[in-house]
Design a protein around this ligand. Structure first.
Ligand code: B1M
Length: 209
């Protein structure tokens, strides 16, 4: 297996230049771009996600790693078989109606993108019908809902119900999260999955992709 540990080490230490230089160096020595992406960058971000889950890495460091990753992907894009587009699946994500919190949602977006998904981010205060429209238009395999208020958690139920009533429910997996959300709540509203943090969300999406 090609040694791509320099990429992973640079990602973990927030050394953005180091990430880009080690990716360029691997391209120059003829390593396949998809191998660099999967075994260097994506697996490196998996480690970042795990370290965030265990509290060894904090949000600013994760943001740095995700930024380094997206800059490095730009180097690889011309060499990637599918041009870096939708490799493992497509996720539509948004914070539910009535809720303006997006720091967590944005972290989830970054981690899921780093795992190789194409992501359509609908932003905050997203109405159930907007999720339905996005599913019809983008044909994702996963819909991710974020909520940070106990008062907007019921809107997750309304969004799940709207997706079911619109006839698109069986073509998607619905996953949920946000500080007050729990696995029990996710089961109760009929979601297909729950994640406590961004690293977990990326792992969950990959398990469903
Ligand atoms: Co407000 N807010 N806030 N707030 N805010 C909270 C959430 C609150 C807990 C503070 C408190 O009172 N202790 C409280 C909610 C209480 C409750 O209902 N449980 C609260 C309140 C009451 C309010 C207002 C009502 C205050 C007011 O105006 N009276 C108001 C509501 C506005 C609205 O939404 N309609 C409000 C407003 C705001 C700001 C907009 C000013 C701001 C948000 C800025 C922004 O997001 N752009 C804000 C903030 C920053 C907070 C706190 C301080 C921090 C939230 C945060 O970003 N955490 C928060 C207190 C707290 O939580 N400590 C608080 C960091 C972030 C990384 O964590 O979002 O949990 P989190 O995301 C994690 C996981 O949850 C998970 O992964 C992420 C990364 O690991 N995850 C998912 C998140 N989404 C996921 C989706 C998934 C999977 C995993 O899908 C599969």
């Amino acid at each position: 297996m090609t040694d791509l540990s320099a990429i992973q080490d640079a990602l973990l230490t927030g050394d953005a230049e180091g990430v880009k230089n080690s990716v360029q160096e691997a391209v120059d020595r003829g390593v396949d771009a998809d191998t660099i992406l999967n075994d260097g960058l994506i697996s490196g971000m998996d480690i970042v996600g795990e370290k965030m889950q265990t509290g060894e890495m904090f949000i600013p460091e994760v943001l740095m790693a995700a930024k380094s990753m997206s800059e490095a992907v730009e180097i690889l894009k011309p060499f990637l078989k599918d041009g870096g587009r939708n490799r493992v699946g497509h996720v539509v994500i948004g914070t539910v109606k009535g809720d303006l919190h997006d720091i967590g949602k944005n972290l989830v977006t970054m981690m899921v993108e780093s795992a190789g998904f194409e992501v359509t981010d609908l932003g905050v205060d997203v109405a159930p019908e907007t999720f339905v429209e996005a599913v019809r238009e983008k044909n994702p395999n996963i819909v991710a809902l974020s909520a940070l208020l106990t008062t907007t958690m019921p809107m997750m139920q309304q969004t799940v119900d709207a997706l079911a009533e619109s006839g698109v429910r069986d073509q998607i997996k619905i996953i949920v999260g946000g500080a007050p959300v729990t696995r029990e709540f996710a089961d109760r509203i009929g979601a297909d999955g729950y994640a406590a943090d961004a690293g977990g969300a990326s792992k969950l999406a990959k398990s469903m992709g």
